[in-house]
Ligand binder design. Sequence first.
Ligand code: AMP
Ligand code: MG
Length: 422
Amino acid sequence: MTADDARLSVAEATALILTGAEPLAPEVVPLGAAQHRVLAAAVRAPRDLPPWRNASMDGYAVRAADLRAATPGSPRALRVVESIAAGALPTRTIGDGEAARIMTGAPLPDGADSVIRIEDTDRGTDVVQVRDARDAGMNVRPRGEDLAEGAVALDAGHEIDAAALGVLAAVGAQLVTVHRRPRVAVLSAGDELVPLADSHSAVATQRIVDVNSHTIAALARDAGAEVHVLGLAADDPHAIRTAIEGAAPYDVLITSGGVSVGDHDHTRAVLRELGADILIHRLRIRPGAPLGFGLLDHARWVGLPGNPVSAMVTFELFVRPLLRRLAGHHALFRGTVPARTTASIRTAAPLTHFLRAELTPCNDGIWEAALTGPQGSGLITSMVHANALLIVPESQREVEAGTVLRAMLLGERALHSSTPVA
Ligand code: AMP
Ligand code: MG
């Protein structure tokens, strides 16, 4: 356990949060339900893929030796012994002076070693005239070219995306073994909060609508979790405890609010009462300094700060990697890219800053980072325009315009473009 007043770096906090976190137990799901899940075991090819030599274009299956010196002026005549459609099997061996009409994907007949593209022939049905020898030995896909029988098609830890679904379908994997998805419970704490359904009465009662249940649940779902939103608890230890104890089983409990040092910040004390070993109290970052983290018997608690931006930023830094580890991913962290600042920046405290920025690609291949505006941690709109978090290290208080720092990409937004591929 770290001392209550220890202020940890991102690296120290990350290490504490991930220590002992293991991918969840495997379960078997139909391939149709496996998108975004992570393989818990390697998948091997049960047979060669493709399972037979086949034609890579429509044409004539022939023997290369028969084509010698075929030219437009002196074509080679070959006897067409059959026509093989994709889905049909050859019935004949191709001998000297013979050819078979063949369609893309159809198994190559024995004896043949080449497929002559149709444009180099007269398209004959009984006898075909081949006018060019350029396809001698060509246009044949070897058996097992994609995967040899027994070869690893996908490794454990591979996320099942569209391409992986394609590979799994190709090797006939109707069922796949994947890690269970992390179960997440999300709780917002604060006397000032009302649920969205009561938004009409918020102003009259000088309260605000709960934002974090929505943002944190969305981020957790996006990170592959099964999310159970617990709703709101007042700033009252009994209310917070009741909400947590009423939750369905979870792997990660994410609370927001009430982890600071205010008079009404009870979340940490409640978690301690519930038996949590509290490992993190405070970080040297902005936004997001008051972060709580602790180990319960069968779950982990992450106490995000209440400010909506702080909650989202600390989710990206600490909760997403944890959920990805539990879900079985090997790459846990948001990627970073070098980014050049468009204006000077002065940070207000010796903390690592994560500034909301909009990245745009520049002609020299480096990204340019423009801050989205005021950086207050309560300004949820600052997240809407950000596609990255510009990282200003704690040692770098003054940043001149044009300085290259690193920026953490927030999902694919930075990678989409309004201009098409040239
Ligand atoms: P706290 O971390 O509880 O001190 O809260 C810090 C700030 O975040 C306060 O201004 C709260 O009103 C605000 N806040 C806390 N929780 C939420 C929430 N779920 N949605 C929107 N704002 C919140
Ligand atoms: Mg509060």
